[in-house]
Design a protein around this ligand. Structure first.
Ligand SMILES: Cc1cc2nc3c(=O)[nH]c(=O)nc-3n(C[C@H](O)[C@H](O)[C@H](O)COP(=O)(O)OP(=O)(O)OC[C@H]3O[C@@H](n4cnc5c(N)ncnc54)[C@H](O)[C@@H]3O)c2cc1C
Length: 437
């Protein structure tokens, strides 16, 4: 069977590798670089910048404490060059993986013709039996006057220096991550939110983020930007100077399937839990189908590939570990709609500050060691909500999420053996709640 995958990001590459490993004849078409947005513009860019930004923040702290007497200066061009070199090297791993899996990779922009099961690349037609579209997303640019003067995450590695003043329009994860990074690097940062700020996280966790992790960032809520100018913007009639960064969401790259499959109100390709579109033999996965994290994109890619290879598989969105990259990790579990709808009455909540441990020890004097909160059913031991802010929360949250999916309850943590010192306080709360019921 001939399978064509369009897009070499997390969704497309996972789909291609899965189908090739199953033994099918796979062609992967990518217009830029394997690794997609995650490696080349998104997750890895945030990871690389955040490492340096945290180092600068820590340096200030050690100076304040008199332990060191010099704060390093950041050369942003060198930082960006170093990141580009690193990303280039990681790309070779993606290329090698694709080649080892026996995937034919074609460089070019694909076009889909609905009728004849054909994809065209560089004017050449390719026939498919099954097509998986994983063309990802691009920044959503709102219709604000002067919007072409603003930058997005796609421009970050072309900056020449750390902006003196940065005005970030947006209220989600990308707005908060870049606000944190540039504030730690020394910019004066304002976040301008039209929608509720970080509304995907619990109120107490958000409070900690706003007051402890983004303490140097001014967050203006419920505001509307009127116009962007060469040197700033007008907000509710008042001028603010600075570079403008649009973090206003992502728009699925679904144009490639317009008129061929059903497209939803947010521009996403409509799929069922097998990643099938409304057109037989065409599947879609990842950001183009409306998700916006790499692990979900990868999962959907695998599900699409298996179904394309006639192996019945459904995507599982019941519980998903999610995270934000700030000075500490902010991690939480996102629940699928059916789980979210369960009756919450009778649940107990508990929260504790983080521990002194690697990554938090030098913030003990500032009472800034993190924050963890859980919600449990004391009778059944069911673990409902978990959010944690700590230097290592993103790693432990993924394992915890899997354990909850596998049916672990609070009493399973009664004899939990932790490593020490560790900055993860989740086990302590769960061990406390294991005594109930
Ligand atoms: C700043 C930022 C930070 C992020 N941080 C995180 C994070 O920390 N953790 C996390 O889980 N997620 C993060 N994300 C989200 C994550 O990057 C995406 O969810 C993920 O990359 C989606 O994968 P995808 O394969 O669906 O799409 P993409 O990664 O967008 O890949 C799509 C690919 O398709 C190619 N393509 C498009 N059209 C065509 C065509 N016509 N022909 C050929 N090729 C085409 C593109 O060139 C691209 O390579 C972040 C996103 C951003 C913007």
């Amino acid at each position: 069977m001939k399978i064509i995958v369009i897009g070499g990001g997390p969704a497309g590459k996972s789909a291609a590798v899965e189908a090739a490993q199953i033994g099918e004849d796979v062609t992967l078409i990518e217009k830029k670089y394997l690794g997609g947005k995650c490696l080349n513009e998104g997750c890895m860019v945030v990871a690389g910048l955040n490492d340096v930004a945290k180092f600068i923040k820590d340096s200030h702290r050690y100076n304040e404490l008199g332990i060191t007497n010099q704060t390093p200066q950041v050369d942003f061009e060198k930082l960006a060059d170093g990141m580009k070199d690193t990303i280039k090297k990681i790309r070779t791993v993606h290329n090698a993986e694709a080649s080892e899996a026996g995937i034919e990779v074609i460089n070019g922009t694909a076009k889909v013709s609905g009728e004849s099961q054909t994809v065209t690349v560089n004017q050449e037609p390719f026939k498919y039996d099954k097509l998986i579209v994983a063309t990802g997303s691009n920044p959503y640019i709102p219709p604000i006057k002067g919007r072409e003067k603003a930058i997005t995450y796609q421009d970050i590695l072309n900056l020449k220096k750390v902006p003196e003043k940065l005005l970030i329009i947006g209220s989600g994860v990308i707005a908060s991550e870049f606000a944190s990074i540039f504030s730690m690097l020394g910019s004066e940062v304002k976040i301008l939110c039209r929608d509720p700020f970080l509304d995907m996280i619990d109120d107490d966790t958000r409070d900690y983020v706003e007051h402890k992790l983004l303490d140097k960032v001014e967050i203006h809520k419920d505001v509307l930007v009127d116009e962007i100018t060469d040197d700033g913007l007008y907000l509710d009639g008042k001028f603010f100077g600075g570079d403008i960064f649009l973090a206003t969401g992502l728009k699925p790259n679904s144009q490639i399937l317009e008129g061929i499959v059903d497209i939803g109100s947010e521009g996403e390709v409509v799929v069922n839990s097998k990643m099938e579109t409304s057109q037989e033999n065409i599947y879609a996965a990842g950001d183009v189908a409306g998700v916006s994290t790499t692990p979900l994109a990868r999962m959907e890619g695998v599900v699409a590939a298996r179904n394309a290879c006639d192996i019945h598989t459904v995507a599982d969105y019941r519980l998903t570990p999610s995270s934000l990259s700030l000075y500490y990790d902010v991690a939480f579990i996102t629940y699928g709609e059916d789980v979210e709808a369960t009756d919450n009455t009778g649940y107990l909540e508990g929260s504790i500050p983080g521990f002194a441990a690697p990554g938090s020890f030098w913030n003990v004097l500032q009472s800034n060691t993190g924050f963890t909160k859980v919600k449990v059913d004391p009778d059944s031991g069911l673990i409902k909500d978990v959010s944690s802010i700590s230097p290592t929360a993103r790693t432990s949250m993924a394992y915890l999420c899997q354990m909850i999916k596998d049916g672990y309850k609070t009493h399973d943590f009664d004899a939990f053996l932790e490593t020490h010192p560790s900055s993860d306080p989740v086990y302590k709360l769960l061990r406390f709640f294991s005594k109930f019921g």
